[in-house]
Every structure is written in structure tokens, then in C-alpha cells.
Design a protein around this ligand. Structure first.
Ligand code: SER
Length: 312
């Protein structure tokens, strides 16, 4: 199958691209960033900007993908610093991708939405169909992307589907999110022997280990359309507090020093998100089920980080 992935130079792409190549897909990437050394050599890497419609159209026209995985986005913390850029990338970029899919008959557009689509005050566990009142530029543009994709599906028949990801934890460098403290406890804890998290120990949001996240993308993408009762699905895995993550790291890295100093800006973003998601629609419609809990994720991630040359 021919796959085009936007924004694959980021945290998700680092794990998704090898999986796509391994299963025999012909993969093209569209990203502003240059091809990283770790990217499989089979991948065709096209440099370009999702906010430039012409560049997106040229890339889609040349690649003629069966499926387009749209990962390019400005995340929550960066989005509050550069809100105009976040609007351009997340809103106009998504419109350009959907428009290209319509013009060049792309078989499916896969959208990566987020827990940041939700706003404060929702009773956990938070389901798919609650009122979406995000308070960040990232969150509101992701809600816009969800609705725009559904409009393209209704109006032009573009097969649009996607997931609302929890905070994602992996060995790859994250790209300016608010959930990054969890990953840094492992990566910086192992590399430097200490890390000060920018949240309170009680902070609690949903998280997922990257191998589960990549599997979710592939499983929903492969699901027959007729089995899907909706386009966008909550997916959930674990919801540890920051203190629980720190304890899991301390148990596995003897002598590591993990402390907490809450940064008011990022704490406010975090506190506006749900602590626990309800993903029963994903479980019912396409058989979603997470594999990794906090303990098995911690063991696997630290084993990966301890492999030579893997700590960024
Ligand atoms: N990881 C994202 C962020 O922190 C949430 O989707 O912005």
C-alpha cells in the first residue's frame, strides 16, 4: 500500500515509519524537517510545509497515496508560545491535506487528535461525545480539524478517521507538548541522573506507550469502514499521577533524583485536560485494547534507552 505521512519527523513518526516499512508499505514523508539518520532508508522524504497548499498538493499528486496519515502539528506548549503558527499548521495545514485528499482521490485520511480537545471540568472517565471546550490553541485547532474532516467526509466522501491520543511516552524526542514531563523522567533520569518535572506530583492525565499508540493507528486505519460508528475515537491506556510515574522510574534507576516544580503555564494546560478517558467506543467498534501498563512500559522503555546509542 502507498502511504503518505505528514510530520513524520516527530515523536510518533519515529516509531510509525519502521512499522510501515516492515509491513511492506511504500512510504513517502512530507515534513519541514530533514530526514533523520534513524529513518529507514526505504522511506522517500519530501521537504515541505503543510501550510503551503501548493506544496501539499504537489506532494500528494506525486505520491498518489492510498492512505494519508496526517501527523504534522504544533503541540500544546509550543502552541501557546506561537499561536499564529499553531493556527496555520493545525488548521490550514489540515484543510490543505483534506483538500488534497479530495482532489487526488486519497483513499483515507487518518487524523491524530488529542486529549487536548477537551476542556476543564469534565467528570472522568470522559467519553467521546462530551462538550468540547478546549482552552489551548492546540486543543481548539484539533477540534477544528476533527470537525473539518467530518465535513469533508459528509460533503465529498473522503474517508476520514482518527484517534484522540493521550500523552505519548517513547524513547524519541517529543515536540513541545505539555505531557513531555513523563518521558523526561525516564530519558533525562537515565541520562543525567536527575530531572525536575514542571508539574505537581498529584497531576494526572491519560498516557499511552508508543508501541500501543502505533498499533492503534494501524488497527483503526485497517478497520472496515462499515464497522465504524464514528470518525474520531478516544483511546486510553493508563492514567498514572506524576508521582506514580516518578516511583516507577525510581524503582528501576537506582539513585535517580526526581523532583517537582510546577510551572504555572504548563500546569494550567495540564489541569484543563481530563484525568481518565472512556474509550469504550473504540473497544466496541474496532477491538481496541491497550497492552502496556505502567510497569511493563517502564521495563520496556528503560531497556530500549539502555541500548547503546539510544539515549538522545
Ligand atoms: N502530548 C500532547 C501535548 O502535550 C497532548 O496531545 O501537547
Amino acid at each position: 500500500m502507498k502511504i503518505l505521512v505528514t510530520g513524520a519527523g516527530g515523536q510518533i513518526g519515529a516509531d510509525l515509519l519502521p512499522r510501515l516499512v516492515a509491513r511492506g508499505d511504500s512510504v513517502t514523508v512530507f515534513d519541514l524537517a530533514p530526514q533523520p539518520a534513524t529513518c529507514p532508508s526505504e522511506v522517500r522524504w519530501v521537504r515541505g510545509d503543510v501550510t503551503m497548499a501548493g506544496e501539499v498538493f504537489d506532494a500528494v499528486k506525486a505520491a498518489r497515496p492510498d492512505r494519508l496519515f496526517h501527523l504534522a502539528a504544533i503541540l500544546s506548549a509550543t502552541g501557546e508560545r506561537v499561536p499564529h503558527r499553531a493556527w496555520a499548521v493545525n488548521m490550514e495545514g489540515t484543510r490543505n491535506v483534506l483538500e488534497a485528499a479530495r482532489l487526488f482521490d486519497v483513499g483515507q485520511v487518518f487524523f491524530t487528535s488529542t486529549i487536548a480537545a477537551f476542556g476543564p471540568g469534565l467528570e472522568p472517565p470522559v467519553g467521546d461525545d462530551v462538550s468540547l471546550r478546549p482552552t489551548t490553541m492546540y486543543g481548539l485547532t484539533k477540534v477544528g480539524g476533527e470537525l473539518l474532516g467530518e465535513w469533508y467526509q459528509r460533503t465529498y466522501g473522503v474517508d476520514f478517521r482518527g484517534v484522540r491520543f493521550p500523552g505519548l511516552i517513547s524513547a524519541a524526542e517529543p515536540g513541545g507538548g505539555t505531557s513531555d514531563y513523563a518521558l523526561f523522567m525516564y530519558v533525562n533520569g537515565l541520562r543525567d541522573g536527575f530531572y525536575e518535572a514542571f508539574v505537581t506530583p498529584e497531576s494526572q492525565i491519560p498516557f499511552m506507550y508508543m508501541p500501543d499508540a502505533v498499533r492503534a493507528v494501524l488497527e483503526l486505519s485497517d478497520a472496515p469502514r462499515a464497522s465504524l460508528g464514528r470518525s474520531i475515537y478516544n483511546i486510553a491506556a493508563i492514567s498514572p499521577t506524576a508521582a506514580e510515574i516518578a516511583d516507577a522510574v525510581r524503582e528501576r534507576i537506582p539513585g535517580v533524583r526526581l523532583t517537582f516544580r510546577s510551572d504555572p503555564r504548563r500546569q494550567a494546560i495540564l489541569d484543563s485536560w481530563p484525568s481518565v478517558l472512556d474509550d469504550s467506543n473504540a473497544r466496541k467498534d474496532w477491538g481496541w485494547s491497550h497492552e502496556y501498563d505502567l510497569a511493563s512500559m517502564s521495563d520496556d522503555l528503560l531497556a530500549k534507552l539502555r541500548e547503546p546509542a539510544s539515549v538522545p
